[in-house]
Design a protein around this ligand. Structure first.
Ligand code: ZN
Length: 281
């Protein structure tokens, strides 16, 4: 679902050798990244301009000229000046060990010395690029959604409740039996979030089966939505399996629908919508 990471490999300074840079560029392409190569003898200004125009998430600076102590920090400074310092900057080339710490203190995220494998470089980039680059569409989307609650499967609410109330200091805010799900639920709440404790009351229900298979523990995460029908339609359009074709009543009389955990990276995901005044029980 995410876009490939865009990387600019930039040859800073006056040296005329780019074999190493080309090897890195090709290696990162083989790792699934989109790589742009600047060509030789780039000034820091040219590098920063290209990086911004090409909307890259990472700049890999290479220098063999010995001028890295001036060139690399200048790139960092120009990125800040252009308010583009969310771009990850890494460096490599022939760089003495004693200069590595200086460059990293100047804001180069990591300096790779000869002998580093391309996998290590790619892994570092993946772990450190700004989230923006990974899925811009997600960050461009509407305001943050609210997590309504996290569901926790328990064998016995009575057994776990003191942990949530006395140890963690949460308050009991709601209790009910959701008969068609075969569960008794108790909501314990912090100032800004709720935990839904789910205890099976029907030994053949899904919660009993879940505990038999996985043991007690985190069961699902529920997101508040304004329009559950729309949320279901969007999930289906994205190819996800929806366990509830039409929303059903959950705790608090809310409309709920679940997405298949195999399509949601292993986390059973619930949409829930506040009931409207006109909704019938
Ligand atoms: Zn729930």
């Amino acid at each position: 679902m995410s876009q490939p990471i865009r990387v600019l490999i930039a040859k800073a300074g006056l040296d005329g050798h780019d074999r190493g840079a080309l090897v890195i560029a090709q290696g990162l392409r083989d790792q699934g990244m989109e790589v742009i190569y600047t060509g030789l003898r780039q000034t820091p200004e040219q590098i920063v301009t290209t990086a911004i125009q090409e909307d890259v998430a990472c700049i890999g600076l290479s220098s063999l000229s010995g001028a890295h102590l001036e060139l690399f920090p200048e790139v960092i400074r120009l990125l800040k000046e252009q308010q583009a310092d969310d771009i990850l900057v890494i460096g490599g080339g022939v760089i003495p060990e004693s200069d590595v710490a200086i460059l990293e203190a100047e804001g180069v995220a990591k300096v790779f010395t000869p002998g580093t494998t391309i996998e290590e470089v790619a892994e570092f980039i993946r772990a450190n690029v700004h989230l923006r680059a990974l899925d811009e569409s997600a960050l461009a989307a509407s305001p943050a959604r609210t997590i309504d609650h996290v569901g926790v499967a328990v064998k016995s609410i009575a057994e776990v409740l003191p942990f949530y109330t006395r140890q963690l200091g949460l308050s009991v805010t709601h209790e009910e039996v959701v008969a068609d799900q075969g569960v008794r639920v108790v909501f314990v709440s912090a100032a800004n979030a709720n935990i839904e404790l789910l205890e099976p009351v029907d030994e053949t229900g899904t919660m009993a089966k879940f505990i038999a298979k996985h043991g007690p523990g985190v069961h699902h995460v529920a997101y508040a939505v304004d329009d559950i029908h729309q949320a279901i339609a969007q999930a289906k359009a994205a190819g996800m399996r929806v366990l509830d074709e039409s929303p059903r009543r959950g705790a608090h009389g809310k409309w709920v629908a679940f997405l298949h955990p195999k399509d949601t990276f292993g986390v059973l995901t619930e949409f829930c919508q506040q009931p409207q005044a006109g909704d019938r029980e």
